[in-house]
Design a protein around this ligand. Structure first.
Ligand code: ATP
Ligand code: MG
Ligand code: FE
Length: 334
């Protein structure tokens, strides 16, 4: 089975060819980040226009790199949502066009299901599993009882983890996106400005990062008013320690409560070195394997969409040509 997967939910135009759900034959990602960096964040209007400019040649490049032709394809998969509606529409329209012209079945994929199933490209998943999803728009603990069944047991009540990283990055005058820069600064830091942790109710798996973000901003403002200089690395370390402490503690509790066979890490913030290290330590204490996708499969890509699409291919679960992009698509009923 060769599935062509298309991902355009945000600011990466990506097309991949996946063989039998596990083998990456090609994985082309064209990032628009250099353009959006000029504005300090993703500009939706520009994102959709750039997707239109690049989608056709990226589809061709994915076929070329895989060394196959459209005759070899079994199905076309595409991210249906969530994401920016104008961006999603470009991928969905391209996928429908290919499916119609080539007479191939069409598979709709949830973007976060894709982030989670990026792990399947690394290793065959076991069930039940717990996935910690930490990305630019999502922070969720997800329970997987069987392939393709997702139950959100906790989620952020305000900012996503990646969003908090990017906002704090901006406050520290770091380039967009701030996540990787804060990660680096936190490792270089010699001191730490201790920041609060939002644990919420004792039994809650939810997260909150807006109070932490405010604490960082207040610390910076107060130092400025007093004319003091403050080491950005010490702030970065305090912020990162707070984020990691809460994420890792709640993920570990979920693994124990639900008797998970594995902990899966997913989403762009999974690239964070501090988070990976701490999760690995905690998982080895619990005796539960931690699965982490390689860095290139943590941030947005189409290979992960192809991996999730295989679940629907196995059940021959296809969508019709009138299916719609859904910027708010729920994970449970993806
Ligand atoms: P979503 O998947 O929720 O729709 P998205 O696709 O925009 O959001 P991703 O591409 O999965 O998000 O992840 C991007 C986020 O990952 C950014 O917020 C970025 O700052 C963050 N990030 C990337 N590398 C690191 C790192 N090393 N440490 C912390 N955050 C990081
Ligand atoms: Mg992106
Ligand atoms: Fe994403």
């Amino acid at each position: 089975t060769y599935i062509m997967a298309i991902e355009t939910s945000c600011d990466e135009t990506a097309v991949a060819i996946i063989e039998n759900g596990r083998i990456i034959r090609s994985n082309v990602v064209s990032s628009q980040i250099d353009t959006h960096r000029l504005y300090g964040g993703v500009v939706p209007e520009i994102a959709s226009r750039k997707h239109v400019e690049s989608i056709t040649w990226i589809i061709q490049q994915a076929l070329d790199e895989a060394g196959i032709t459209t005759d070899d394809l079994s199905a076309i998969a595409v991210t249906q949502g969530p994401g920016l509606v104008g961006s999603l529409l470009v991928g969905v329209m391209a996928a429908k066009t290919l499916a119609l012209a080539l007479d191939l079945p069409l598979i709709g994929v949830h973007h976060i299901a894709g982030h989670i199933y990026a792990n399947q490209l690394e290793q065959e998943l076991l069930y039940p599993s717990i996935a910690l999803v930490v990305s630019g728009g999502h922070t969720e603990l997800v329970r997987l009882t069987e392939p393709g069944s997702f139950e959100i047991i906790g989620q952020t009540r305000d900012d996503a983890a990646g969003e908090a990283y990017d906002k704090v990055g901006r406050a520290l005058h770091l380039p967009y996106p701030g996540g990787p820069h804060i990660d680096r600064l936190a490792h270089e830091a010699e001191h730490e400005v201790t920041m609060p942790r939002a644990w919420l109710e004792p039994d809650s798996y939810d997260f909150s990062f807006s109070g932490l973000k405010s604490a960082v901003l207040n610390t910076l403002n107060q130092a400025q008013m007093k004319g003091e200089t403050i080491d950005p690395a010490a702030i970065a370390k305090g912020f990162q320690e707070s984020v990691i402490d809460v994420l890792v503690t709640k993920a570990a509790r979920a693994v124990q409560e639900f008797g998970a066979s594995q902990l899966l890490l997913a989403g762009g913030v999974a690239a964070n070195r501090g988070l990976r290290t701490r999760l690995a330590e905690v998982c080895s204490q619990l005796g539960v394997p931690l699965i982490v996708p390689p860095l290139s499969l943590c941030t947005d890509n189409a290979a992960m969409i192809g991996a999730a699409a295989q679940l629907k291919w196995d059940k021959q679960e296809f969508v019709s040509l009138d299916f719609k992009a859904d910027p708010m698509l729920p994970l449970e009923t993806w």
